[in-house]
Design a protein around this ligand. Sequence first.
Ligand code: HEC
Length: 156
Amino acid sequence: MKPASLALAVLLGVTATVVAADNHSHHAAPEDRRAVLELSEPERAMVLEEMRLFLSGVEKITDALARDDMAAVAAEARQMGVKMTHDVPPALRGKLPQAFRQLGFTVHREFDALALDAENKKDPRHSLKQLSGALQKCVSCHASYQIRPQPLAAGH
Ligand code: HEC
């Protein structure tokens, strides 16, 4: 065996071992270590609905960017701006950790900036870069938090 292929064989062996160990510890007994948001069932539904609006907005923005339709990019991005946070009930707001709210607010602000720049600069590449920046925040929040719905109080 040539040194290079030996190195590859060793590497593959190590990878196989790591994958096997990973299968054992993760897939057999999945463990979600993300911080838990304890919300009521309706609060959870509300947050997840906003999330699905986020995803569908991202889909519409990418579609508009592919068509070079900067007016549509601006209109879609504006829907996802800070104004989206105005209907969050105070009780729910109070249950969300400060860092979570801050990250959420930053994402909304970035969509407002994306809307403004799409109108003024009309540069799809710039908009795409802004979208990527916002998506990084979706990713990092999802890596940090999960929602565990709390059972309804007795009598419901
Ligand atoms: C501040 C935190 C935060 C940000 C920012 C965030 N999310 Fe979420 N998202 C969550 C949490 C928490 C959940 C529930 C995850 C869980 O319980 O496993 C979620 C769930 C979702 C879901 C699943 C919805 C369902 O019906 O189950 C989608 C889709 C989603 N997010 C899309 C996005 C997109 C797209 C963005 C960025 C534009 C985004 N999210 C930004 C916190 C966030």
